[in-house]
Design a protein. Structure first.
Length: 157
């Protein structure tokens, strides 16, 4: 056991002497200061490079955002152009052989639900809608038969 205790004391004394030499050495502190300065300089350069990359990404995304806004504006203008009344009337006349109608043949029913009405108003409206479903509609074939009957009646009188 004496041998192991002696070895421990020997290694302990070597450690303590090595510590004393490092602390008492004049080169340790300047080396630590220079190493710290180099580390801080590297961190500063890395930070600047990283910030420049982020600025570049932001400018690319900003450009893409502007392009997307332009695309949306163009799409909205195209929607307005395609939904113009003159264009729809032209297509209806050319492709579907539809013609304009007079204001006498147009009926508009309006209903405002926001205003409170008497009880049973819903029943009256649904009844009017059912009656409106059975009203005659004027189609091209009906118009021809009406013209035939009108000419026959005028000849009979």
């Amino acid at each position: 056991m004496k041998i192991s205790v002696e070895r421990y004391r020997a290694t302990d004394s070597i450690r303590k002497s090595l510590k004393k030499k490092l602390v008492s050495s004049r080169s340790v502190i300047p080396v630590l200061v220079v190493g710290s300065l180099i580390l801080l300089a590297c961190l500063h350069v890395w930070q600047r490079v990283y910030v420049m990359q982020l600025v570049k990404e932001v400018s690319v995304l900003d450009k893409e955002n502007r392009e997307l806004h332009d695309i949306v504006k163009k799409a909205n203008l195209e929607i307005l152009e395609l939904s113009s009344l003159s264009r729809i009337e032209k297509i209806a006349g050319d492709e579907f052989n539809m013609t304009g109608t007079s204001s006498e043949n147009i009926y508009t029913l309006t209903f405002k639900e926001s205003q409170p009405g008497p009880e049973g108003l819903h029943d009256v409206i649904s009844s009017l809608q059912k009656v409106a479903e059975h009203l005659p509609t004027l189609s091209e074939s009906n118009a021809e038969t009406i013209d035939i009957f009108e000419t026959d009646e005028s000849n009979i009188k």
